[in-house]
Write a protein that binds this ligand. Structure first.
Ligand code: FAD
Length: 305
């Protein structure tokens, strides 16, 4: 079935119809913050909701596997690449519009762009998100958060493509937002746009808070190396990084992957790290931390193969 779609150029045809970028046999590593991932059959970068809808309908009708990504900053993709169609909802679908205190963003808009729009308009509420490198779609998918804030605090509604191909709109109360979770997590729904409701604030104060957040990130996180951010979710009552360090994993290395010496919650790619290097580290940490403390560490990054 995959061959059918590729041979008949259905995906290429839809991409051409909408002027979307399409690449064949493309190595995905360069699109990810981890710089890991092999050659994928087809990578498409849609620029409109209609294009996304048609691509998914074509995949569904032909039984072709497809994957949705934003900025690929929370994923660990197999070195074998991905068979089927990779749909990257990124910078080609990233318009941000402001209406008063509301920012309406296409799903591929990078959080940094949305934060900058808020800053420019003197709107407060999104300071916590400054420096989270994902898209708004990816951020809503897992209710991204930092420094005491989370998407749940600022999102008011979103539009998404439901599994039957229809476009629906829901408010925050129906998004099931909790720690690193939403109704979208693990579902086949695709987030198309996200609206934020912010509060009027002082432009200089907003800018200062964002700069301060970024300073803290630079100081504490190994931003000089590729990674997918925090490897594990925060277990209730504990800090993952402390558990990892206490079990002796600071600096622990497998191939090109290493538990960061700067922040044990991050696995970094020191050069040439593979999917299995990182998976190996994750498995070793989970086993030892469980043996030492009885705490089960759950992955925050998403393995895709
Ligand atoms: C250095 C660094 C620091 C980080 N700091 C933080 C932090 O402080 N807080 C935090 O929460 N996260 C953090 N992250 C992780 C990551 O940036 C966030 O999880 C971000 O929200 C992921 O967005 P993305 O667009 O990159 O998603 P991707 O990695 O592309 O995808 C992640 C998941 O979301 C799904 N998805 C993406 N877009 C859509 C869409 N439009 N519709 C439906 N599903 C979609 C994908 O299918 C996938 O399952 C950090 C990462 C790095 C590398």
């Amino acid at each position: 079935m995959e061959g059918f779609v590729l041979e008949h150029g259905m995906i290429g045809g839809i991409a051409a119809k909408y002027g979307a970028k399409v690449l064949y046999n493309e190595r995905i590593a360069g699109y990810t913050s981890f710089n890991i991932g092999g050659v994928c059959d087809v990578v498409v970068m849609p620029g409109s909701a209609d294009c996304i809808r048609e691509l998914i309908a074509a995949c569904r009708s032909t039984g072709t596997k497809y994957y949705i990504f934003g900025k690929c900053t929370n994923v660990l993709i197999s070195d074998k690449g991905l068979r089927g169609v990779v749909i990257i909802i990124g910078s080609d679908y990233s318009a941000v519009k402001r209406k008063g205190t509301r920012l309406i963003c296409e799903a591929g808009a990078p959080l940094i762009k949305v934060c900058n729009a808020a800053k420019e308009a003197g709107l407060t509420g999104l300071e916590f998100a400054y420096g989270i490198p994902g898209s708004v779609g990816g951020a809503l998918y897992m209710n991204a958060g930092a420094y005491g804030g989370e998407m749940k605090d600022v999102v008011v509604c979103c539009e998404y493509l439901d599994t039957d191909g229809s476009v629906k709109s829901i408010n925050t109360a129906d998004m099931g937002l909790s720690y690193r979770h939403s109704v979208f997590t693990g579902s086949d729904k695709v987030i198309l746009s996200v609206s934020f409701e912010l509060k009027p604030g002082d432009k200089a104060a907003v800018a200062e808070k964002m700069n301060e957040t970024m300073r803290r990130r630079r100081e504490k996180q190994p931003l000089e190396y590729p990674s997918a951010g925090s490897t594990f979710k925060r277990p209730e009552g504990y800090f993952a990084a402390k558990l990892i360090e206490d079990s002796g994993f600071k600096g622990y290395t497998r191939g090109g992957a290493q538990v960061s010496e700067k922040h044990s919650g991050f696995v970094i790619n020191r050069g040439g790290a593979t999917y299995s290097d990182v998976c190996g580290i994750i498995g070793d940490i989970q086993a030892k931390v469980f043996a030492d403390t009885g705490v089960k560490l759950e992955c925050e990054l998403i393995k895709v193969e």
